[in-house]
Design a binder for this molecule. Structure first.
Ligand code: TYD
Length: 244
């Protein structure tokens, strides 16, 4: 589990100072310290309605973190594993034949596998994990089918590490749908219908997570990227027990 940001010094930092030599310049020292391993890693969830642009932002964040010399991992849910593939089939074939609770359980099984195979190992080695949708999406999307978001959260938190940072990309439903229609040849799937998306958005809007940051997804991509990186950098510093 990822706990709240600790106020203690991260012992992993000491290793970054071991290799200093007389010729080392201050900028190099700063760089080495900045990329010290984060104890317990950092889990960042990218959330929002369809078309909000979170996948683009998650990819750009991982690229930028990697360029800084950090261990950064990009994941997405549903995954490409067996449960995730089944879910993508349901999305295109038609979910009306699937009981909402069965659908919820499929997302849960997919996530359980993702935590065991990908999320927990990456966090254990101190990586920044940027995940394109996580159980916050289950709360909103399966919540919009009538399952209690609190119940969904509780079931997920039995085995899922809690995110250190939730970046919620806010966009009016109409704008999200327009972006999907413009970018895809196949049109909207059943998860993307207007009335459903509106219910999903309403749940996102009323969520209360301490570490949820609302980002204006209608901003230009580069400007939004700068905000995302600022927030991630702050979260890394907070988790490493240093001043933000
Ligand atoms: P999405 O990120 O939009 O995938 P893609 O970019 O391939 O279209 O996710 C697919 C859909 O899955 C999206 O409409 C939201 C839905 N979803 C849930 O309903 N519950 C969940 O727990 C997750 C992770 C996603």
């Amino acid at each position: 589990m990822t706990g709240p940001a600790g106020g203690t010094d991260n012992p992993a930092h000491s290793s970054s100072q071991t290799f200093l030599h007389p010729g080392a310049s201050p900028p190099q020292i700063a760089h080495m310290t900045d990329t010290a391993t984060i104890l317990g890693g950092l889990l960042v969830a990218f959330e929002g309605i369809d078309g909000a642009g979170k996948s683009t932002q998650a990819r750009a964040a991982v690229e930028a973190l990697t360029a800084q010399g950090r261990d950064a991992v990009m994941l997405r849910e549903p995954t490409d594993g067996p449960h995730g593939r089944r879910l993508r089939e349901i999305m295109t074939a038609g979910r009306e034949h699937v009981d909402p609770m069965d659908e919820f359980r499929l997302f849960l099984d997919d996530r359980r596998e993702d935590v065991a195979l990908n999320i927990a190992p990456a966090l254990e080695r101190g990586a920044v994990v940027c995940i394109d949708r996580y159980y916050i999406s289950s709360m909103a999307y399966q919540g919009a089918l009538g399952i209690s978001p609190d119940f969904i959260r509780a079931e997920n938190e039995k085995f899922s590490p809690q995110p250190d940072l939730i970046l919620y990309f806010r966009l009016p439903v109409e704008d999200g749908l327009a972006r999907i229609t413009a970018s895809r040849s196949g049109g909207q799937n059943l998860f993307e219908r207007r009335d459903y998306q509106a219910r999903v958005m309403q749940i996102f809007e009323t969520m209360r997570f301490e570490r949820m940051v609302r980002c204006d997804a209608s901003l230009p991509v580069d400007q939004l990227h700068d905000i995302v990186m600022q927030r991630i950098t702050q979260a890394i510093k907070a988790k490493s027990g240093r001043k933000a």
